[in-house]
Design a binder for this molecule. Structure first.
Ligand SMILES: Nc1ncnc2c1ncn2[C@@H]1O[C@H](COP(=O)(O)OP(=O)(O)OP(=O)(O)O)[C@@H](O)[C@H]1O
Ligand SMILES: [Mg+2]
Length: 415
C-alpha cells in the first residue's frame, strides 16, 4: 500500500487549497469585472459581454436594460426626427432663439423668409441678420402681438415672438404679401363699385329733383325720363355683370361633357357683330373646320361676344373685324382681330381687372362697364383656356382665347 505523506492531512495543506480556490474565484470575478468595465467605458450597443454563473444572470439583466434603453433612445430619436420634419414642413418660418436672441435652430421657410443660413448663422444674433428697424424695436420691447416688416421685392412678413422654455423664444414668420394684396383688391373693388354706381345715381337724382321742382313741358319730360332710363339701365348692367362675375367665381369648373359646334357659334357672333356695327365695319370669319369645343356654351358665347363687341366699339367706322378659329397640335384658338384704335403696352396687363378701362369716357359713351374682359377671363379660365392680347396703338388688336387639346372633341360622324 502506498503511503500518503502526513503533510496532505495537515492544516497547512487545507489552508493552502482554500487560498488557491479563493484566488481562482477572485481571478474569475476580476476577469468578468474587467470585461464589464471595458464595455462600460465604451459601450457597444447589443454587445454586452457574456459570463458564467452569477455573472450570466447579472450580465443578462444588464443586456435587457441596455436593449430597453436603446429602444427608448431610438423611439426618442424617431419622435425628434418626426418633429423636425413637421416643423420643416410648416408653411410658416420658425426660428429658435436663446435668451440673448442668438439663433439655435431654424426651419427652411425661415431661411427663405429671413435670408438665413441654417448652418452658418447658428449662434448669430438675429438682430444682426434681420435689421429692419421695426423688427429691432419689436425684438427689444414688443408692444404688439406681432410686427409687419417690409422685405425686398415688395414682400411683407409678419413676425411674432413667442416665449418658451426657460428663457428661449420662438420667432415665427409668415408671408402676408398675398393676403395684403387680396385685402387691397377687396378695398379697391368696393371703392370701384361705389364709384361706378354713384355716377349714374347722381344723374338720376338730379333729373328727379329737376322734374319735381320745375314744371316741364311734355316733350322735355319725355327727354328727361329717357335719360333717366339710360342711367337706370346702366346701373342694371353693372349689377348684372357683378352677379355674373360672382356666380362664375363660386361655380365648379365647367364640365367637359357638352359639345359646342364652333361654326354655328361663329356665325351667330358674326351676325351679332353686324347688328352692333350697323354696316360701319367689314366683318369676316376665318374658320378652319376641325373639332367641337367641350364646355358651357352660354359662358363661352358671352366671353367671345365681349371680345367681338369690344372690337366693334374700339374700331372706327371703315375698319375690319375678323373672327378666326384655328386648330393645331397644342389645341385651338379663337381670336378676334380688329384694325381699331389699339392699346398702349402698359395697359395690356391690366385689361382684365374689374372696371379697368383705357379711356373711361370713351368706354362709358359706348355703354361699357369695364367688367367685360374680367368676366371673359374668368369664363375662359373655367374652361382651362387663357386669354392673350396683342395690340399696337393706332393699328389694331388681337384678342385670342387658347384652349388645350382636352377641351376639343372630334365632330360626330354625320351621314
Ligand atoms: N379691341 C379693343 N381695342 C382697343 N381697346 C380695347 C379693346 N378691347 C378692350 N379694350 C380696352 O379694354 C377695356 C376693358 O374692356 P372690357 O371689355 O373689360 O370693358 P368695356 O368694353 O369698357 O365694358 P363692358 O365690356 O363691360 O361693357 C376697354 O374699356 C378698352 O379700353
Ligand atoms: Mg367689353
Amino acid at each position: 500500500m502506498l503511503a500518503v505523506p502526513a503533510f496532505f492531512f495537515s492544516a497547512a495543506w487545507g489552508w493552502g487549497v482554500l487560498a488557491l480556490g479563493l484566488l481562482a474565484l477572485l481571478f474569475w470575478h476580476t476577469r468578468h469585472l474587467a470585461h464589464l468595465h471595458r464595455w462600460l467605458a465604451h459601450p457597444v450597443p447589443g454587445q454586452v459581454p457574456e459570463g458564467k454563473g452569477i455573472w450570466d444572470e447579472v450580465l443578462a439583466a444588464l443586456h435587457r436594460l441596455e436593449r430597453a434603453a436603446a429602444k427608448r433612445e431610438e423611439g426618442l430619436a424617431d419622435a425628434l426626427a418626426r418633429m423636425r420634419r413637421a416643423v420643416q414642413a410648416l408653411p410658416d418660418g420658425v426660428v429658435i432663439l436663446d435668451a440673448a436672441h442668438r439663433i439655435e435652430w431654424c426651419n427652411r421657410t425661415a431661411e427663405a423668409h429671413l435670408q438665413l443660413d441654417g448652418r452658418a448663422d447658428l449662434g448669430q444674433n438675429i438682430a444682426n441678420l434681420v435689421r429692419e428697424p421695426e423688427f429691432i424695436e419689436y425684438l427689444q420691447a414688443p408692444q404688439e402681438d406681432s410686427v409687419r416688416v417690409a422685405r425686398e421685392q415688395g414682400r411683407a412678413l409678419s413676425l411674432q415672438l413667442v416665449p418658451f422654455g426657460q428663457s428661449q423664444k420662438l420667432l415665427l414668420s409668415r408671408d402676408v404679401t398675398q393676403a395684403e394684396r387680396v385685402d387691397a383688391m377687396r378695398r379697391d373693388f368696393v371703392a370701384n363699385v361705389s364709384h361706378e354706381l354713384r355716377t349714374p345715381l347722381t344723374v338720376l337724382v338730379g333729373f328727379l329733383e329737376t322734374m319735381r321742382e320745375l314744371k316741364l313741358d311734355p316733350q322735355r319730360q319725355r327727354d328727361y325720363l329717357g335719360m333717366m332710363q339710360e342711367q337706370a339701365a346702366r346701373m342694371q348692367r353693372i349689377i348684372d355683370d357683378l352677379l355674373t362675375l360672382s356666380s362664375l367665381d363660386s361655380a365648379p369648373p365647367a364640365s367637359d361633357e357638352t359639345r359646342i359646334a364652333v361654326r354655328p357659334l361663329l356665325e351667330r357672333l358674326k351676325s351679332d357683330a353686324e347688328a352692333l356695327s350697323g354696316g360701319r365695319h367689314a366683318i369676316r370669319v376665318d374658320f378652319q373646320e376641325g373639332h367641337d369645343l367641350l364646355g358651357i356654351e352660354s359662358e363661352l358665347a358671352s366671353a367671345f361676344g365681349n371680345l367681338v363687341s369690344n372690337a366693334i366699339r374700339y374700331t372706327p367706322p371703315g375698319g375690319t373685324v375678323t373672327l378666326a378659329w384655328r386648330e393645331g397640335a397644342d389645341g385651338a384658338r379663337f381670336s378676334v382681330e380688329d384694325t381699331g384704335i389699339g392699346i398702349e403696352a402698359e395697359h395690356i396687363p391690366r385689361l382684365t381687372e374689374r372696371f379697368y378701362r383705357v379711356d373711361r369716357s370713351r368706354s362709358r359713351e359706348t355703354g361699357g362697364t369695364g367688367l367685360g374682359l374680367a368676366i371673359a377671363k374668368h369664363a375662359l379660365a373655367r374652361h382651362d383656356a387663357t386669354l392673350e392680347v396683342q395690340s399696337e396703338p393706332g393699328k389694331g388688336s388681337r384678342f385670342s382665347a387658347r384652349f388645350p387639346p382636352r377641351r376639343l372633341a372630334a365632330q360626330p360622324f354625320v351621314t
